[in-house]
Design a protein around this ligand. Structure first.
Ligand SMILES: NC(=O)c1ccc[n+]([C@@H]2O[C@H](COP(=O)([O-])OP(=O)(O)OC[C@H]3O[C@@H](n4cnc5c(N)ncnc54)[C@H](OP(=O)(O)O)[C@@H]3O)[C@@H](O)[C@H]2O)c1
Length: 242
């Protein structure tokens, strides 16, 4: 089979950038997608300088025209896509407010990127993933999207009530299950990845995992074999409660 083509959104820094690096190190041709052209191009140039097969692709997942242009560019250049990693995400500053007080603006902005952007990007690239022999879709979620754990007073996430973000990731989980059902008769697998609590701009300095470990769940799900699972919610191979 020819070289696999992967696309990682929000890949100019953090877990996305490291996911690009790890996939490219395994011989995958990776499209490093970012909304900030200067940052995305600089990140891709750095990885290419390390000898890795990486190209920059402009993509703002909250902008329909940008999504359409990116899908058209990948179609023209490659005619298919083997791996889509929906990594882009935001965590807005007023996250400590309770659900009764968090502004609708925060809810809308959070859902525009974390949920609707992910869905629109997936829909735009699905025709190219259907042209792959073994399409893989990885949706970056969080353990904070677990409704089961948020309902359990003994859970370690019980008190981490950052409402708009948590609910957006619960929606990502639910979308993952819906899409996996639609694609169950195809070679395409769709899975939700919790990267762990990772030392990035979003995760902060107190996080438990280094970025290299934070990318491992996404990379493993991107490279699942034909008999691998679909419609799962995992962290480093461990199944999480929805
Ligand atoms: N870090 C953690 O502990 C943790 C835990 C659980 C889940 N996650 C999830 O893992 C994913 C990556 O997080 P991270 O920690 O690496 O965060 P990060 O360092 O803040 O990076 C987020 C990336 O998403 C990009 N992004 C945001 N909005 C975008 C848009 N509209 N279009 C395209 N790109 C956009 C950002 O681009 P800009 O640089 O242009 O802003 C940046 O490249 C997120 O989905 C996050 O929710 C992270």
């Amino acid at each position: 089979m020819s070289t696999k083509i992967a696309l990682v959104t929000g890949a100019n820094k953090g877990i996305g950038l490291e996911t690009v690096r790890q996939l490219a190190a395994q011989g995958v041709h990776v499209l490093l997608a970012a909304r900030n052209a200067a940052a995305g191009q600089a990140a891709a140039d750095q990885l290419r300088g390390e000898g890795l097969p990486v190209d920059f692709l402009p993509l703002d997942v909250s902008d329909s025209a940008s999504i359409r242009a990116a899908a058209a560019a990948v179609d023209t250049a490659h005619g298919r896509l083997d791996i889509l990693i929906n990594n882009a995400g935001i965590f807005i500053d007023d996250h400590a407010l309770p659900p009764s007080a968090q502004s609708l603006e925060t809810w809308r902005r959070t859902f525009d990127t974390n949920v609707f952007g992910l869905i629109e990007t997936t829909q735009a690239f699905l025709p190219l993933l259907r042209k792959s022999e073994a399409g893989r879709i990885v949706n970056l979620t969080s353990i904070l999207g677990s409704i089961t754990l948020h309902s359990d007073p003994t859970s370690f996430v019980y008190d981490t009530k950052t409402p708009a973000y948590n609910v957006s990731k619960a929606a990502v989980n639910a979308w993952t299950v819906q899409l996996a059902y639609e694609l169950r008769g195809t070679p395409i697998k769709v899975n939700a990845a919790h990267p762990g609590w990772v030392k990035t701009d979003m995760g902060g300095a107190d996080a438990h995992l280094e970025i290299a470990d934070g990318a491992k769940t996404s990379v493993a799900l991107a490279l699942l074999p034909a008999d691998g699972p679909s419609g799962t919610y995992t962290h480093l191979g461990q199944t999480l409660p929805w």
